[in-house]
Design a protein around this ligand. Sequence first.
Ligand SMILES: Nc1ncnc2c1ncn2[C@@H]1O[C@H](COP(=O)(O)OP(=O)(O)OP(=O)(O)O)[C@@H](O)[C@H]1O
Ligand SMILES: [Mg+2]
Length: 462
Amino acid sequence: MARILLCDDEKNLRDLLSLALEESGHQTQEAANGSEALKLLEEDSWDLFITDLKLPDISGLELLRRAKQLANTRPVILITAHASAATAVTAMKEGAFDYLEKPFSIEDLNLIVTRSLEQGALVKENVELKKELKAKHEHRDIIANSAAMRQVLELANRVARTDASVLVTGESGTGKELIARFIHNSSKRSNGPFIAINCAAIPENLIESELFGHAKGAFSGAVNSRKGVFIEAQGGTLLLDEIGEMPMNIQATLLRVLQERVIRPVGGTGDTPVDVRVITTTNRDLTVEVAEKHFREDLYYRINVVNFKLPSLRNRREDIPLLVARFVETFAKRYDLPIKGVSPEVMDCLAKNPLSGNIRELQNIIEGAVSLTPGNIVEITALPEHIRNAKTLTQNSSQAQFQLPDEGMNLEKYLLDIELKAINQALEQTKGNKTKAAEILGMSFRSFRYRLKKLNMEDEEG
Ligand SMILES: Nc1ncnc2c1ncn2[C@@H]1O[C@H](COP(=O)(O)OP(=O)(O)OP(=O)(O)O)[C@@H](O)[C@H]1O
Ligand SMILES: [Mg+2]
């Protein structure tokens, strides 16, 4: 059984069609003109739409276009009088499944309806499969070896099933946009548009029209009307990057849009309903912005239904080797170079480097290194000097800064002093647990005990 919407201005024909289709076990609904059909198309989901080409108000072709916009996979059948066969050809080009030329028999009708429904189901299945594949692909595109990133992806997967507003926070270049796209592509909106705009990059006086559109002549310079990103993202996802930069007065309008789900273009009249999932990002701390009255508290709660905090690369070093490998592969391919990977020395340098935490920075370093590499392996000399020379994280900073005093020194005492400090700190960190303290200091429990004894730190029972 399928749900079929029928549109024809001739009541007799409508009733006849309806009767025949219901007899074949389908459920039908009738529309007497184009605008009625449009309303029903927008309100509900139909498996098939059958419409006359010639209607008193809207042309059947226009209806076909709208129906395809609303649900691209739904089949549409047009009914034409033989005089308009040329238009029927146009209709086929515009995506109509088929057309019925008047007069037609009930058998003809049933045949075309059955075929269109079968095809519609196939196309839909195909789209679903593609969507699944795309999501899987995306999944592979995001490197998440670290527990912190795996957790982020898991949450993203869960949130993708809903329409909840998502706020993605994190330092610059930590993958905020990547996660926003991932959520979109894994959601049921994935066939709709993904539109991203950077609130910080738009001049303040243009933000409102950029977001909500404007009517022709709304302000000087508004020669034509403009849609705005909310309308462009209709049926999909809108990413508002750097939401913290949004001026206060626009924040109020945005809040109203998010609450009421309608927009009004600048200088326009009447509200247009919008069906858009909004994802926002910021690298500011919005709670501080709220406290300092730079950001509306009510808007903050509105956009922050689910919060993702992306860990900095500093806190997920396990991801560095995989990211390096991925970027080498990407750029080798892009520049058509036979590069296979990086030398262990390069990997070691990058993995221990106090990088800023910005993945884009790592990406740029690799791009530069790849383009400088003559052979198959990226060698340490291809890395920028400041990266090669950076103190690695495991290097003891006191050692790196050590400078032998001119007057000489007592090395024995100096070393004992450092040893004592390290042991005390390790014990403090582990709340006195010697096994763990030994681990932190990279020595066996036995040598740890030996050192404690030497320093007279062994307690009674130890
Ligand atoms: N986990 C990851 N796996 C693979 N690539 C990543 C990952 N995270 C980020 N990237 C890559 O790093 C670059 C920066 O990511 P993205 O633009 O999403 O960051 P951002 O947080 O939006 O940055 P900004 O704060 O500058 O807007 C992109 O090229 C992205 O593809
Ligand atoms: Mg970004």
